[in-house]
Design a protein around this ligand. Structure first.
Ligand code: SAM
Ligand code: SF4
Length: 394
């Protein structure tokens, strides 16, 4: 039976100093002055639109993403988070993450962000190679990245994430490993390690840089993984590494098919409505200008629709199987409202192919709710052929 999962809140802040040539996020180079006050007002009005659907539910994590949230002053972030707390109950110990670009923060700002209620910083480092940073159109040097990390630590943030990208133009395996080692020297408890991808409608898609050959990319990934593992981090998700217990609560909630409110330009949300027996997906107006204008009449939502029953199992497993952990099958039922019966075929097939292992499912258990102890786990083979495994649930 459908029941409400943990609830997170995503807040999108869509401006950057300049647009990086590889980036397809909803981010816009700031041309005029930042409309800080107006945007915070719009965000708080936007949050109120969703409130009747999540009444009383505690929020387990807040993520200020972008764009470049660190373009906003600490006073603005303080007003935003105070406004959030006045409208939704934050769970005790809720994780409040803010993305920051090392090129946008004078150093005493991190302390003020912390005082505003931010308790986790995610820094977009990408690489410590100045020549690469230039090719990537980044607005900071390697030294500035390093001092931003030191400033985050000095401000008392125990939890911070570093974003690194690998398979950069012309990058060698040694260079990628050197980036990982330099990042590890700062003692991060969480590190996101993305392979650079050429996204449609970006400058890099139009003028592709010379990327390393596929074999090199695979060896590079293995060599980096070895260093990350040796440093005590575990890849709990496809691109996310963390010390045990330091995984991002916010990202875990996405991948466990939890709920999230998504406010701000272009933000996506997912809300379970057990009484209506469906899960709705929401999307806000994308461009900052119409989004800001929507504050006049509260028309922030561009699209809203329930997830079709035929897509629910796929959507659940698409997210869920990214995580390297045991999945209670009772969770599948409570988060999708579907019975075990609806996935009996794909489960059998995935097991036959050695992509998953199940435990606690007996013959005849198929009809309704799975037994409480039944679990599923992707195998190593399932991890290697993740796309094929996910596609079985289509
Ligand atoms: C929204 S950005 C992070 C914060 C901030 N805007 C910054 O760039 O410093 C999230 C992260 O996604 C990664 N990313 C963005 N575009 C990517 C691409 N085309 N391929 C791989 N990773 C990408 C980068 O590591 C980036 O830091
Ligand atoms: S700073 Fe971050 S969000 Fe902005 S364009 Fe660059 S990668 Fe994208």
């Amino acid at each position: 039976m459908l029941s409400t999962p943990p609830l997170s809140l995503y807040i999108h802040l869509p401006w950057c100093v300049a647009k990086c040539p590889y980036c397809d996020f909803n981010s816009h180079a700031l041309k005029d002055e930042l409309p800080e006050e107006r945007y915070i007002d719009a965000l708080l009005a936007d949050l109120e639109v969703d409130l009747p659907r999540v009444w009383g539910r505690p929020v387990v994590s807040v993520f200020l993403g972008g764009g470049t949230p660190s373009l906003f002053s600490a006073a603005a972030i303080d007003r935003l988070l105070a406004g959030v707390r006045a409208r939704v109950p934050l769970a005790p110990g809720a994780e409040v993450t803010m993305e920051a670009n090392p090129g946008t923060v004078e150093h005493d700002r991190f302390e003020a962000y912390r005082a505003a209620g931010v308790n986790r910083i995610s820094l977009g480092i990408q690489t410590f190679d100045d020549a690469q940073l230039k090719k990537l159109g980044r607005i900071h040097s390697a030294d500035e990245a390093a001092s931003a990390i030191e400033a985050v630590k000095a401000a008392g943030f125990e939890r911070f994430n570093l974003d690194l990208m690998r398979a950069l133009p012309g990058q060698t395996i040694d260079e990628a490993v050197a980036d990982v080692e330099r990042a590890l020297s700062f003692g991060p408890r969480h590190l996101s390690h993305y392979q650079l991808t050429l996204e449609p409608n970006t400058v890099f898609a139009k003028h592709p840089p010379p990327l390393p050959p596929e074999d090199t990319v695979i060896d590079m990934q293995d060599a980096c993984a070895e260093r990350l593992t040796a440093a005590g981090l575990r890849d709990y998700e496809v691109s996310a590494w963390a010390q045990p217990g330091q995984e991002s609560i916010h990202n875990l909630n996405y991948w466990r098919f939890g709920d999230y409110l998504g406010i701000g330009a272009g933000a996506h949300g997912k809300i379970t409505l057990p009484a209506e027996e469906h899960i709705v997906r929401t999307r806000r107006k994308s461009h900052p200008r119409p989004y800001l204008s929507a504050a006049e009449d509260g028309s922030f939502i561009a699209e809203e629709k329930p997830i079709a029953e035929a897509e629910l199992a796929f959507e659940y497993f698409l997210n869920r199987l990214r995580l390297d952990e045991t999945i209670p099958l009772a969770e599948f039922s409570s988060r999708t409202g579907l019975s075990l019966d609806s996935i009996a075929g794909p489960l059998d097939r995935a097991r036959e192919l050695g992509l998953i292992a199940t435990d606690g499912i007996r013959a005849g258990d198929r009809g309704g709710e799975p037994p409480p102890e039944a679990t599923l786990r992707r195998t190593e083979r399932g991890q290697r052929f993740l796309n094929d495994l996910q596609a079985l649930f289509l």
